[in-house]
Design a protein. Sequence first.
Length: 99
Amino acid sequence: MAPKVNIIIYSLYHHIYTLAKSVEAGLKEAGVEVKILQVAETLPEDLLKNVLHAPERPDVPIATIADLEEADGVIFGLPTRFGQVIDRFRLSFDFTFYR
C-alpha cells in the first residue's frame, strides 16, 4: 500500500500553490498518494478582491482534522511575514487542536 501524504497550504496569490503542485508531482513519481488541501480563508471577501486584488482561490478542498489523522505524512506550505507564520494559517492550525 502506498504511503499517503497531505500537503496543506495557504496561498493568497497562488505562489505556494504552484510550489505544492511541484511537490505533489515529485511525490506521485515516487509512488506516494498525495492530496493538496488548503486552510480556510479568514479575510473578508471584499478585502481580498478590492484591496489585496487577490485572484480566486484554487479549487482545492479545505483541510480538516480527519485529513491530518489519515495521512502518513503532512507537508505544510505557507508564506511567512517577518519570519513568523501568517495569522490566517496559524489561526486555522491552532483552532484544530481546540476542537
